[in-house]
Design a protein around this ligand. Structure first.
Ligand SMILES: *[C@@H]1O[C@H](CO)[C@@H](O)[C@H](O)[C@H]1NC(C)=O
Ligand SMILES: *[C@@H]1O[C@H](CO)[C@@H](O)[C@H](O)[C@H]1NC(C)=O
Ligand SMILES: *[C@@H]1O[C@H](CO)[C@@H](O)[C@H](O)[C@H]1NC(C)=O
Length: 370
């Protein structure tokens, strides 16, 4: 009797346990149902940096770190969504049953963690018309349908490269994918992953190139209000083979997916680190008017010159103005953890300025000459 009782009790506990709300208030475990007027989409890679985010702005957090129930409760208390990361080896989900099983596992996981959807981050090369091409389109459609049915109000988003033109051999059916999910997060960075011209250091996300690519998405008939602009909170540190007086930094040839050179010859570097390094740099902050991006040069211990290209409040605010002007759904960044959230007053101000650059408060329409 006792044994049976214990087993019953145990399984009862297990059942209760799986749906026990970890938040202070039960209602914080309810998925978010309201739609924000403007998305601020944050990728979070773990630990506790989220405690210092500007929650007056955040509307969605994509949890790319370990699940943190405290983050879930906090996001919900601010009316913000917390979504799962969805990544799968595409050849495995060409099979329809495998695809369904994968989606069902994700829905179940999201439900058990009181989450609000999924961000699908497939950065694999796909050929137009291949089995993977169609499977990916189906995956996004089926995942969106399942999530929307099982978790009313949930959000399914999909990450795309900065341009729809088969960047890094990612030839996806962008139009169909955009149609079936809630939003495309456009990764407007790593724009030098395939350098076809001179092998020189350039901006991570040059203004003109970035904006031209949005026009490409929109010209394909993707609604501007399906697009969230992703900006980088990191830069690239390049070791120059040669550094000329007119600021040309020649970089080593590192091919990538068919292109002769790439930003892969550089090293990604967080905004928090750059803001310290720039103080001891050779050049201080400089501004490239053509690419509308800041950069600086420094010399390493071996005497090699480095050129570092990045984004800061000035370059981000320029892009954010376009977001407002063009009526995009919102803005976001890779990633929220990359700022300095320490108590140091200088860092604090820099961090605040980065958050504020996402939503220019005084956005003014371009004046019309009279
Ligand atoms: C289903 O997915 C698994 C991995 O999750 C993979 O090993 C297997 O080959 C897939 N089956 C088919 C038929 O694609
Ligand atoms: C930006 O791109 C457009 C279209 O490619 C081009 O016409 C324009 O001259 C470019 N502007 C700058 C400043 O490079
Ligand atoms: C390297 O830079 C120097 C100084 O700016 C310049 O005179 C020289 O032509 C450059 N060499 C190469 C190979 O680009």
């Amino acid at each position: 009797m006792w044994r049976v009782g214990a087993v019953v009790l145990l399984s009862l506990c297990a059942r209760v346990w799986s749906s026990v709300c970890p938040c202070e208030r039960e209602e914080l475990c309810q998925p978010i149902r309201t739609q924000p007027e403007f998305e601020v989409f944050v990728f979070d890679v773990g630990k506790k940096a989220w405690k210092f985010y500007d929650w007056t702005k955040v509307t969605t957090v994509a949890a790319f770190g370990a699940y943190d129930s405290e983050l879930m409760c906090h996001a919900h208390s601010k009316g913000a969504r917390l979504v799962l990361k969805g990544d799968v080896h595409l050849p495995d989900i060409v099979d329809a049953d495998n695809r369904t099983a994968w989606i069902q596992r994700k829905v179940k996981l999201a439900k058990s963690q009181f989450m609000d959807g999924m961000n699908i981050d497939i950065e694999q090369a796909v050929e137009t018309g291949s089995p993977e091409y169609y499977a990916l389109t189906d995956l996004v459609k089926e995942a969106s349908e399942s999530f929307h049915t099982e978790i009313p109000g949930s959000q399914v988003s999909f990450d795309v490269a900065w341009s729809p033109k088969c960047i890094d051999k990612r030839c996806y059916d962008y139009v169909a994918i955009a149609k079936s999910c809630d939003l495309l997060f456009v990764m407007s960075y790593d724009e030098q992953s395939q350098i076809w011209g001179d092998c020189i250091a350039m901006a991570n996300a040059p203004f003109n190139q970035t904006l031209t690519a949005y026009d490409q998405y929109i010209t394909m008939n993707i609604e501007p209000n399906k697009l969230v602009m992703g900006v980088p909170w990191y830069g690239y540190d390049y070791t120059c083979l040669n550094h000329s007086k007119d600021e040309i930094c020649t970089i080593p040839k590192v091919p990538f997916r068919g292109a002769p050179c790439s930003d892969a010859s550089g090293k990604q570097i967080p905004y928090s680190i750059m803001m310290k390094q720039i103080q001891h740099s050779m050049s201080g902050r400089m501004w490239d008017e053509k690419q509308r991006a800041p950069f600086y040069n420094y010399k390493d211990a071996k005497g090699n010159v480095h050129q570092v290209w990045y984004d800061d409040p000035e370059s981000i605010a320029l892009k954010a103005s376009y977001v407002a002007q063009r009526g995009l759904k919102g803005i976001g960044m890779w990633n929220g953890n990359l700022l300095d959230y320490s108590k140091d007053p200088v860092a604090r101000k820099q961090t605040e300025d980065m958050w504020n650059a996402l939503k220019p408060t005084g956005f003014i329409r371009e004046s019309v000459p009279v």
